[in-house]
Ligand binder design. Structure first.
Ligand SMILES: Cc1cc2nc3c(=O)[nH]c(=O)nc-3n(C[C@H](O)[C@H](O)[C@H](O)COP(=O)(O)OP(=O)(O)OC[C@H]3O[C@@H](n4cnc5c(N)ncnc54)[C@H](O)[C@@H]3O)c2cc1C
Length: 389
């Protein structure tokens, strides 16, 4: 089949690999002029590791990532709020969890795509999608060229997906009242002494640090912010210094190295779950179908699951587009909606600015049965994996 993919983020490139390997003829259009990534790093939780193995990319991931041991929760004054044993989660799910910089993950995916003889067409923006007839969509690129394909996979992200608007009628992202500053930090001295995630909670604030090695971390500082405001890169260091003063080590060290090039500030949005992901020969994949908040830790992991699931359902339905799309939606919508709602609930608590709520939340965290939590995570994240979902 001639398959055209719109967007070369995690979802688009992973789908291109999975489908090129099946012998499909792939074209992939991307509006940016070069590889771009949202966020500093990600954790490939066991469900995503499983997909990377299926894509034949696990050893490449292992070469540049960190194998995580645990996640420690602290209060902003350094009080111990509990610990999730990531090794236990890994054992329950059958795969390890790896932390990786976003640009490394994207490079691994793009190199594999290149080895399959597919290259991304950069600087090609989808500017319109219309209906040709009952079966076919037509996509306009850069306001000039109209293209058709046997099948379109739309993977144009969460913020202004033209495909979501075409399929669902609305594509408005929902601001969820918090900001994230995200960045990376590498140095020749040890920043941490073990590969454990540090998740530090304050009142309406959070600072997360994920080691990729002892000398290399990515981090996300988050804060309740009811209105969308400005993004002035020169101010980021000052904003962070002001808001995370006297937080536990190594927060101050990380903030001290912040500069305008290695930090991004994001007013964080998600999308309301919908269950209509296809129209004619076009299917939504990744964030434009389901965009959970970063508090899920699952956005990119779910994009990878989508790619593998699509390959599976196309095989099972002998490449029949309509039945494949229907099966895909049935397999993927429930799980991704549950992840989106859970991430909103968690964000509502972790970025809550009420002191009493935060005190109670911290007490609850101390009493949490983290072994049971790992089990719950493994059930949600592992759901449907064996059937290709
Ligand atoms: C602050 C933040 C932190 C995050 N942290 C994590 C994390 O730790 N772990 C995790 O798993 N997930 C995380 N996520 C979520 C993760 O980034 C996304 O879920 C994931 O990138 C989805 O991939 P995607 O390919 O669907 O979308 P994207 O990565 O957004 O890719 C969409 C692509 O489409 C292109 N595009 C858009 N419009 C057009 C157009 N009109 N024409 C052509 N191309 C177009 C874009 O340029 C882009 O390259 C985070 C998200 C945010 C906002």
């Amino acid at each position: 089949m001639q398959i055209t993919i719109l967007g070369a983020g995690t979802a688009g490139v992973a789908a291109a690999i999975a489908l090129a390997e099946q012998g499909h003829d792939i074209t992939i259009y991307e509006r940016s002029n070069s590889m771009s990534t949202m966020g500093a790093g990600i954790v490939l939780w066991p469900n995503a590791t499983y997909i990377m193995q299926k894509l034949g990319l696990l050893s490449q991931v292992q070469a540049v990532s960190g194998k995580l041991l645990s996640m420690k929760r602290l209060s902003q004054t350094g009080e111990n709020l509990g610990k999730l044993d990531i090794k236990q989660l890994n054992e329950l799910m059958g795969y390890s969890s790896y932390s990786i910089f976003r640009h490394e993950l994207q490079s691994i995916l793009l190199q594999k795509l290149d080895s399959l003889g597919v290259s991304v067409c950069y600087g090609q923006r989808v500017t319109a999608i219309t209906q040709a007839d009952k079966q076919q969509a037509v996509v306009t690129i850069n306001d000039t060229e109209e293209i058709v394909a046997d099948m379109f996979i739309a993977a144009d992200g969460r913020m202004q997906s033209i495909a979501r608007k075409y399929i669902n009628g609305d594509n408005t992202p929902l601001y969820q009242n918090f900001i994230n500053w995200v960045g990376t930090y590498e140095t020749d001295k040890d920043i941490v002494n073990e590969l454990s995630v540090l998740d530090i909670w304050g009142t309406g604030k959070r600072f997360g640090i994920v080691p990729v090695s002892n000398k290399k971390v990515y981090w996300a500082a988050g804060m309740y912010q009811p209105e969308i405001g400005t993004r002035i890169a020169q101010n980021y260091k000052q904003e962070l210094t002001l808001n995370f003063k006297n937080w536990p080590h190594p927060v101050a060290e990380i903030i001290a190295q912040v500069n305008t090039e290695n930090v991004n500030k994001i007013y964080v949005h998600d999308l309301e779950p919908i269950h209509k992901w296809h129209r004619q020969n076009m299917l939504l994949l990744g964030d434009c179908a389901h965009a959970p908040l970063p508090t899920s830790g699952q956005g990119a992991c779910q994009a990878l699951e989508d790619a593998w699931c699509l390959r599976t359902v196309l095989n099972q339905n002998n490449n029949d587009i309509e039945s494949s799309f229907e099966q895909f939606t049935a397999l993927r919508a429930k799980k991704t909606s549950a992840i989106t709602y859970a991430a909103r609930g968690f964000a509502g608590s972790v970025f809550n600015s009420n002191e009493q709520h935060c005190r109670q939340r911290n007490e609850t965290s101390k009493r949490t049965d983290y072994a049971a939590m790992a089990k719950g995570m493994s059930e949600l994240w592992g759901a449907g994996l064996a059937s290709g979902a």
